[in-house]
Write a protein that binds this ligand. Structure first.
Ligand code: ZN
Length: 503
């Protein structure tokens, strides 16, 4: 096959593969936001069919031949070489996975989630256990099928990590989490021992949902989200998905008595959405079009949620708007609000955790998942192992499974190996933010004037515009001049805790 013909075939096939993914995403978005409960059976079947079609396209020998030609003959360093090498990764993975397994996984994902929801509502692990066992069996099968692709000292868990964070290794993550545990535990202990809790009652009030949404939309727009290329809807578990840079969907949920969960949820998902809207339009529906990894994705959401959204500068800009949309907040000032945005308190629920304890929640999950795929744990062991791990890491024990092992949606969706990307994203966010600050000068002063576009522009140039041309490590090195490190995050956290608690 000639090179230009091979390139054409590769790009034509990839456009269709991307379209099938986009259609599946539309169905998943709809399932979370609009679909009535009885739609579940038909939806699961439709998603399984789409997964099968996509898999068959990826496994097509003609595509393999085209990609092989491009890899061998495209000029080194050229865009085509990069497209082919990115495509190769997915093709090789797909060639090791039976289509039957991919269909079954898609179906069990859609139905398992409903079972999990009911079990969580009733705080009844036994109700969920068979579905979880089924899912773990399938994921072990998937990991075993991918084992030939692993490094010589790789683990089955590595095969699952790779789906969300290409190249991530259990052996490299373990010391990172050990370091975080070592550094965070005394920090949290210091705050507890100081015995001076932050007065969070200052944020209490009645905040009507439609006004919270108007406030959130105004801030999302201010930091650069384009509602002509996106929208926001309600869902139980907030997320962001995209069907291309021109159609980015955010979801949120709210509490009427506290504007913080709704607002920071919106800022978080907007951070994901800004990345999606900033992906290179020219590479849409090509292998280089999507985001690099979930870790890099999470760096964008955490950066806007925490490093921007919880800064004093941001609130000098946002507070008058808060007062305008939500008059019950009239008594708040930046100085009374700020500590309530940085409280440190061990808690049971990951998604409600503060910046200091959050990564301990993730460390617990990383550990349980490793042991699950090393064969040291089975589904039935998880509730007890979970409670034990929380006692050790955070000093608290869940009173029931809903506040413990049943709290996260991920395992019901087969997303084993996903959790570590939250921590990778947190670390990368601090590192990117520090580098942007060095390049752009006083960011807080800019925020207080409502100037967020210089920061967004920097992120566009150094992260968004590259699509998935570079691997995470290359991208970070290029953008920040350093490998991923815990230091920028830990120094930000120490500074914040010192300011709030004086320890
Ligand atoms: Zn996120």
């Amino acid at each position: 096959m000639k090179l230009d013909q091979a390139a054409q075939r590769l790009l034509a096939a990839w456009a269709e593969i991307s379209d099938l993914s986009a259609v599946a995403e539309v169905l998943r978005w709809d399932q979370e936001t609009m679909m009535p409960p009885q739609g579940l059976g038909a939806r699961a079947a439709a998603l399984a069919t789409l997964a099968g079609l996509r898999h068959a396209k990826l496994a097509d020998p003609a595509l393999l031949e085209a990609v092989t030609t491009c890899r061998e003959e495209a000029a080194e360093g050229s865009e085509l070489a990069a497209q082919a090498s990115r495509a190769w990764r997915d093709l090789v993975r797909a060639s090791h996975l039976p289509e039957r397994l991919m269909r079954e996984l898609a179906e069990v994902e859609a139905t398992g989630m409903a079972t999990w929801q009911e079990a969580r509502q009733k705080a009844d692990f036994a109700l969920y256990r068979p579905a979880l066992e089924h899912m773990i069996r399938l994921k072990r099968e998937q990991a075993a099928a991918l084992a030939p692709l692993l490094a010589a000292d790789g683990t089955l868990y590595d095969a699952l990590l790779d789906e969300f964070e290409p190249g991530a290794r259990e052996a490299e993550l373990a010391p990172l989490f050990a370091e975080l545990r070592r550094e965070l535990a005394p920090l949290v202990r210091g705050v507890i021992d100081a015995g001076a809790p932050v007065d969070e009652s200052v944020v209490e009030g009645v905040y009507p949902v439609e006004r919270q949404l108007a406030f959130g939309r105004e801030l999302a727009t201010a930091i650069g989200f384009d509602f002509e290329a996106g929208r926001i809807d309600h869902s139980t578990h907030p997320f962001c998905t995209a069907f291309g840079p021109g159609d980015v969907r955010l979801t949120w949920r709210w509490e009427e008595g506290d504007f913080r969960p709704g607002l920071f949820g919106i800022l978080h998902e907007t951070g994901h959405g800004l990345y999606e809207q900033g992906l290179p339009a020219a590479w849409q529906r090509t292998p280089l079009g999507p985001a690099v990894s979930l870790g890099v994705h999470e760096s964008q959401s955490r950066l806007w949620e925490n490093l921007v959204g919880r800064s004093r500068g941001f609130w000098h800009f946002a507070l008058p708007r808060l007062h305008h949309h939500l008059p019950a907040s009239a008594g708040l000032t930046v100085e009374t609000l700020w500590p309530a945005l940085h409280t440190v308190r061990p808690s049971l629920i990951r998604v409600e955790a503060d910046e200091a304890t959050y990564n301990l929640h993730v460390a617990v999950r990383f550990d349980l998942e490793r042991r699950l795929f090393a064969g040291e744990l089975e589904a039935g062991d998880l509730p007890a192992a979970w409670d034990e791990a929380y006692e050790q890491a955070l000093g608290i024990r869940p009173p029931n499974a809903a506040l413990g092992v049943l709290q996260d949606v991920h395992w019901s969706l087969g997303a084993f190996g996903y959790f570590p990307t939250y921590t990778l994203g947190t670390l990368a966010a601090s590192q990117l933010f520090a580098a942007a600050g060095e390049a752009l000068g006083d960011l807080e002063a800019a925020f207080s004037r409502g100037e967020f576009l210089p920061l967004l522009g920097w992120l566009r140039d150094h992260v968004h515009t590259h699509g998935s041309r570079f691997e995470t490590s290359e991208l970070l090195l290029e953008a920040t001049g350093a490998k991923l490190s815990t230091q920028p995050f830990l120094s930000y956290l120490r500074q914040t805790v010192r300011d709030v608690y004086g320890v």
